[in-house]
Design a protein around this ligand. Sequence first.
Ligand SMILES: Cc1cc2nc3c(=O)[nH]c(=O)nc-3n(C[C@H](O)[C@H](O)[C@H](O)COP(=O)(O)OP(=O)(O)OC[C@H]3O[C@@H](n4cnc5c(N)ncnc54)[C@H](O)[C@@H]3O)c2cc1C
Length: 496
Amino acid sequence: MSDYDVVVIGAGNGGLTSALTLAKNGLKVLLLEKHNIPGGCATSFIRGRFEFEVALHQLSGLGTKEFPGPVRSTLEELGVMDKLDFVKMDNLYRVVMPGSLDINLQADRNKVTAVLKEQFPREAQNIDQFFDFLYEHVTQWINVKIFHDPEASKDKYPNYFKHALKSTQEILDKFFQDPQLQTVISIYWSYMGLPPSKLHFGQFAVTLWAYIEFKPWHLKGGSQALSNALLDSFLENGGDVRFNCGAKKINISHGSITGVITEKGDEISVQRVVSNAGTLKTYVDLIDPEHVPESLLNELGARSVGPSFVTLFIGFDCEPEKLGIYHATNFIVSDTDADRAYRTAKTINKPEYSLFTCYDVDDPQFSPEGTCQASMVALSYAEPWLTIPPMQYFETKNEYANKMLDLLGKVFPDARDHIEEIEVATPITHMRYLGHPGGAAYGFDQYAKDSDLFMNRRSPIKGLFHAGAWSGSGGGFQPTLTSGPSAARQILKSMK
Ligand SMILES: Cc1cc2nc3c(=O)[nH]c(=O)nc-3n(C[C@H](O)[C@H](O)[C@H](O)COP(=O)(O)OP(=O)(O)OC[C@H]3O[C@@H](n4cnc5c(N)ncnc54)[C@H](O)[C@@H]3O)c2cc1C
């Protein structure tokens, strides 16, 4: 007789939603989390009078009651919607290229195209044609990937089959001449961590479509409120949780799971595990090598670990308007060269791209009265940070933060003078708190070849399942929140 039906390792989005789904279905579930709070990336921390949001800038896939997206459907099925208070963000994003471009788009297709046509009149026809093309692509994607049309074929869905794997840049070049227009339309590339030249169009199209149609959202209390609500419901449904208690080993015998050993040395007998700790860590650190097929290690070794972030968490001593901040989501880029911006993410040189999000624009109660908080992120791979001698780490981190503030100053000149609190996180910080290689926010680099279009996600180890950004569904809140119930459904099916 096992101690539990399932042990879930890690309380990130994927771990929490899988644990809750399993508990709601009557299974005896233990959730192990090495940190002292639930959420993984979806957490907050306190400095001075500010509670800083760690990760969430824009939640995709929520939608409305009338037009629900996958995140709303998942949270409704999990019974946590009543515990949450979501805040709609009317603006899609603003893109600023200091000195040469400043454009703001609202989360509505007609308004997006109207503003783009006003700013780029010579490309008016191309803009309409591009959005028709993108919407047709996504409609076909939905029929193939979501509704699993049994008659799906190249003839029936030519746009999807012909273009899903093309690079986003190739499609942009097909429609547009103006590099600034290309930059404005494709700025969400950073949400997937690859520039348009490396990002497959299918993924880009679905992301842009989802933010326009389901709108970007945030929530009262930030992403920590979501993680807390998921945990509360898990406990209400009879689940057990242990914080400050990482999993150290998954025991295997004859190809099947027999138990989990915690960092505290407790041995839990169990035949099924959902790992939210990432596939690399699971197969390399948690499982003894003799149990992992060489072919799987080779497959994992052929992928590259994706980017992390340098984040400035800033508490300002004034309201946003005083600093000239009227939009929540501001992309600040030096020029139109996304490849160069991406290359600098592999260095610790001056960042060429940044996202500045001020939460109080849409939710004036987000921070204490008379203040506001923002987070400024730059994509950053861990490698250059790992080469810095420990004695120079803080100096290097502060120098980098100063370069980011210089970039911010080009758009909001008074911002630096109103900083009351500031904290800086680098990929090393994310490595420490999440435990993921490279502090990766989205798991592996999101190349099409490594997505669930091509990869078999079934584990060769009986009883092992994966949820979260590394499991093939991709990084971000939407895919990880929905990956948990999907892993749970596989378990429930396997038990029938
Ligand atoms: C700065 C930043 C900004 C972001 N902005 C956005 C955004 O605006 N929109 C968006 O959609 N996405 C955003 N993301 C990405 C998104 O937050 C992540 O992709 C997603 O939250 C990852 O969820 P996950 O399920 O993979 O779990 P993770 O968040 O990776 O959590 C994994 C959990 O497992 C735990 N763990 C690891 N090893 C063990 C072990 N051995 N034993 C027990 N526990 C273990 C960790 O402590 C952690 O709690 C951002 C990420 C970051 C870092």
